[in-house]
Design a binder for this molecule. Structure first.
Ligand SMILES: Nc1ncnc2c1ncn2[C@@H]1O[C@H](COP(=O)(O)OP(=O)(O)O)[C@@H](O)[C@H]1O
Ligand SMILES: [Mg+2]
Length: 263
């Protein structure tokens, strides 16, 4: 079982998009995948077509606050074509959890301990894929601390570089205190448009910067309207359109992430 987390300090770059499609494609290939939504916005949960507003909806909040039984929080195969994809969802109420965790001992490791305590269940999965929001909240630190690999996501924009550098600087300090090895393993470039000079300049910058050049995946994800559409249909791109550029890009990215030891 490998735990992979999507993150960075900029919103709208494609963290959720990437979590959704990596999970969908890997599940279709026969891998057992658990998608875990750590963002109070619940976009990943929503993209998968789960109603997170339902009364009694059990979510990652119940893991972090109440140590809920795994059987009671797991949503099995919410996308009927993808029997191998299970989900632990999130909802708006996760915002309250952040405050409640403040006084907990070892609060950054609650998810890690939960996975350890339920390792027979988690070990049934080949991949656990975590989606986070752009912050260093305690909730996100729980995601980063339990991940074998953090994949940072950037759109081709200089603000995204700042988001990555800030993430690296902050997480480096925190993980040292937590005695965790450097687990930032790659940077995924999304919304890339090869016709634009600004995108080429962006790649040149990435390839020259010593702190990030070895992390940047060569296989970029293009800006692609089919990727936008598939989310609205609550289907990952492999169930929506296998002919589009977005699907081939994610397939190549998966190969590269495997070569990099992330998958
Ligand atoms: N490669 C892409 N091509 C077109 N639209 C994209 C692409 N990646 C993301 N989007 C769109 O951009 C918006 C933000 O993406 P999202 O994955 O929610 O970002 P984040 O999770 O980083 O905040 C969404 O509307 C999504 O559909
Ligand atoms: Mg998101």
């Amino acid at each position: 079982m490998k735990i992979i987390c999507l993150g960075t300090f900029k919103g709208g770059v494609g963290k959720t998009m990437s979590a959704f499609n990596l999970a969908g494609i890997l599940a279709e290939r026969g891998k057992k995948v658990l998608a875990l939504d750590m963002d109070a916005q619940g976009n990943l949960t929503n993209n998968i077509g789960i109603d997170r507003t339902e009364e009694n909806f059990k979510s990652v909040k119940d893991i972090l606050e109440h140590n809920i039984k795994f059987e009671d929080v797991i949503i099995k195969s919410p996308i009927k074509e993808l029997k191998n994809l299970d989900v632990i969802g999130s909802s708006f109420y996760l915002i309250e959890t952040e405050i409640r965790l403040m006084n907990r001992a070892n609060r950054e490791n609650i998810l890690k301990n939960y996975i350890e305590d339920n390792k027979d269940k988690f070990n049934e999965y080949d991949y656990v894929i975590l989606d986070t929001n752009p912050s260093m909240s305690i909730i996100n630190q729980n995601a980063f601390a339990c991940s074998d690999s953090i994949c940072l996501v950037a759109d081709a924009d200089l603000n995204a570089i700042e988001g990555i550098q800030l993430f690296q600087a902050l997480w480096d300090n925190i993980r040292r205190d937590l005695r965790i090895e450097d687990n930032i393993k790659s940077i995924i470039i999304n919304k890339y448009d090869k016709r634009l000079n600004i995108c080429k300049d962006f790649m040149d910058f990435c390839n020259e910067d010593n702190d990030i050049k070895n992390l940047v995946c060569k296989n970029v994800i293009p800006r692609n309207v089919k990727l936008q559409e598939c989310v609205l249909e609550a289907k990952p791109i492999n169930l929506y359109d296998k002919k589009c550029a977005g699907y081939s890009a994610y397939k190549k990215l998966i190969d590269e992430l495997r070569e990099r030891g992330v998958l």
